[in-house]
Design a binder for this molecule. Structure first.
Ligand code: PGA
Length: 236
């Protein structure tokens, strides 16, 4: 069986360190697939799990940069993965040039960047328009980067937190996500593409069964231990 990569993005949850520790302690430490937990940065040094990821980082390693978290600090905490370019960060002004700087910095410190693309896509767009957006985000995000060192997460922004990745018949099915994953792999020489946007214990199997979808990036479902444990142990 091919092991898939399942990254739980806790976003700005939970509210306290105690809750974060209790949540992590409920997640199966030896699941069937490769599971990564991404708690808020503030809790990264305290939460225990075999593989931890960060939700974001800055591109400089130290200096006068108020409020930032550096890849050097993440490396010190043995963080293995870091999300970059999540739609919720892009919404607050992060651009493709900054995303590219972050990816280069993370690779320099041996941390795998998880480049999130799909921000700017809409339900109404045809495939051609979606591909155009992805081409732009990937072209800029991966400039001067060895693509094999990056995991790409395709997340149509309208599917995130919607509770239903099948919101429209056309765009968010596992089969359609597979065609996007093939596009990303063939055009940008990326080895691993995962899918995100309201994935849960019910719908994840369909995505993981696709040959070119190497995992999923659940947000809401990663805060529910039973649900997440089911996802990271799905039989394929
Ligand atoms: P969701 O979040 O699973 O809650 O839609 C996914 C994400 O934003 O990465």
């Amino acid at each position: 069986m091919k092991k898939k990569l399942i990254i739980g993005n806790w976003k700005l949850n939970p509210a306290t360190l105690g809750e974060a520790k209790r949540l992590a302690a409920k997640i199966d430490p030896k699941p069937r697939h490769t599971a990564v937990l991404c708690p808020p940065a503030l809790f990264l040094s305290q939460v225990e799990y075999p593989r931890l990821g960060a939700q974001d980082c800055f591109w400089m390693s130290k200096g006068p940069y108020t409020g930032q978290v550096s890849p050097l600090q993440l490396k010190d905490l043995k963080i293995k993965y870091c999300l970059v370019g999540h739609s919720e960060k892009r919404l607050t002004g992060e651009d493709d040039g900054q995303v590219n700087e972050k990816i280069k910095a993370l690779i320099a410190y041996g941390i795998t960047p998880v480049l999130c693309v799909g921000y700017g896509t809409t339900v109404e767009q045809d495939d051609f328009a979606v591909i155009d957006i992805l081409r732009h985000q990937l072209g800029m995000g991966l400039a001067e980067v060895e693509p094999a060192k990056v995991v790409v997460a395709y997340e149509p922004v309208w599917a995130i937190s919607s509770g239903n990745p099948y919101a429209t018949k056309k765009v968010a099915t596992p089969e359609h996500a597979e065609t996007i994953a093939i596009f990303i792999k063939t055009k940008f020489n990326v080895d691993k593409v995962i899918y995100g946007g309201s994935t849960n214990a019910q719908n994840t199997k369909g995505f993981l069964e696709q040959n070119n979808i190497d995992g999923v990036l659940p947000g809401g479902a990663s805060l529910l231990p039973d649900e997440f444990n089911e996802m990271i142990n799905i039989k394929l």
